[in-house]
Design a protein around this ligand. Structure first.
Ligand code: C2E
Ligand code: MG
Ligand code: MG
Length: 315
């Protein structure tokens, strides 16, 4: 019988040119494979060559992975705080903790570079744990010093949420520090909150335990209407990509209805990535509760954040 022609067959090539024959076969194959892997999400090209840029990227990623344990031990991961403002009063009502890697030479590596890597290899669980503890200790110190308390939210990846005994471990940290659950809300990204039975159980348990849950990056890609429907979030964070189009007629409708949806479901709405005054004005008109973005402030190291706070609330 004649073979049916294979349809939609796609062949990708990873090429390692100018091979140094003295290298081992494993290295040669690894490099071609590395080139091949770079094609994955690129529908245009089907051939990728192992080149210098790829080498640099690969080396940097290995460095970020290999140095992780030492970095945690040496406490070089720090948090920057970005204030969240009440839209009406324009006063600081909270902050988000965003991790940064401080290199010995003073340079800063942003989470966009290492978080996706650690999400892939599982190191994220340890990092999230570390950052959560760090933020709790910041809140404990503020409380001890009689400073104004406000919620500082912490980002959690899907892997951290699913890790065995996560809730018990985080509760223990909070108890050890003697702070209130409301001091450290948890931000889950859409991917982390995509609806399934396991996440439903976990998030319900978190809320029963009195954690506050914020849905991060709403509108950034993955469909999450089911998650909104089924999961117990307190705050809906409108992604920057929605806010960016707020001054176009359709974009305006989307933001307006998303805010109404949040309110209808008993959540507060907070807009992320707000950069311009016109956006602030529109969000205020639309009844958005909170705003976070470069218009007011970039994420700041702890001491600059404190200055900001003192300017904001003169005591
Ligand atoms: P995210 O949680 O959605 O945080 C908001 C990001 O948008 C931050 O980037 C912030 O600096 C940036 N941003 C805020 N306002 C503006 C604005 O007006 N314009 C623009 N262009 N950007 C703005 P950052 O700090 O680079 O963090 C990137 C992402 O890395 C975060 O997105 C979060 O998903 C993840 N991340 C950060 N820290 C942690 C952490 O401790 N654990 C986990 N699992 N993820 C983290
Ligand atoms: Mg966040
Ligand atoms: Mg976000």
């Amino acid at each position: 019988a004649a073979l049916a022609p294979i349809q939609n067959l796609v062949i990708n090539y990873g090429v390692y040119q100018g091979v140094d024959k003295s290298q081992s076969m494993t290295i040669i194959c690894d490099r071609a494979f590395l080139a091949l892997k770079s094609i994955k999400d690129n529908y245009e090209g089907r051939i990728a060559y192992y080149d210098d840029e790829m080498v640099q990227k690969h080396l940097r990623e290995r460095m970020l992975e290999n140095d992780f344990e030492t970095a945690v031990r040496n406490r070089v991961f720090v948090v920057y705080l970005q204030p969240k403002y009440n839209t009406r009063t324009e006063q600081i009502v909270g902050a988000e903790a965003l991790v940064r890697w401080k290199r010995p030479d003073g340079s800063i590596i942003s989470p966009g570079e290492f978080i996706p890597l650690y999400e892939k290899n599982g190191q994220i669980v340890k990092l999230d744990d570390y950052i959560f503890r760090l933020v709790c200790s910041i809140q404990r110190d503020r409380m001890k010093n009689g400073q104004v308390l406000f919620p500082v939210s912490v980002n959690l990846s899907r892997a951290s949420l699913y890790y065995d005994g996560m809730i018990e471990r985080y509760v223990k940290i909070i108890e050890e520090m003697g702070i209130l659950f409301g001091c450290v809300p948890i931000e889950l990204t859409e991917t982390a909150s995509l609806y399934n039975e396991q996440i439903k159980e976990l998030t319900e348990k978190l809320v029963e335990t009195r954690f506050q849950l914020h849905m991060d990056d709403f509108g950034s890609g993955y469909s999450s209407m089911t998650s909104l429907n089924m999961l117990p979030f307190n705050v809906l964070k409108l992604d920057k990509s929605l806010v960016d189009y707020i001054d176009r007629p359709k974009g305006q409708q989307v933001v307006q209805y998303t805010i109404a949806l949040a309110h209808g479901l008993g959540m507060k709405a907070l807009a992320e990535g707000v950069e311009r005054k016109e956006q602030v004005d529109m969000l205020r008109k639309m009844g958005c509760d909170g705003i976070q973005g470069f218009y007011y402030s970039k994420p700041q190291p702890g001491d600059s954040f404190q200055h900001l706070l003192e300017e904001d609330m003169p005591v």
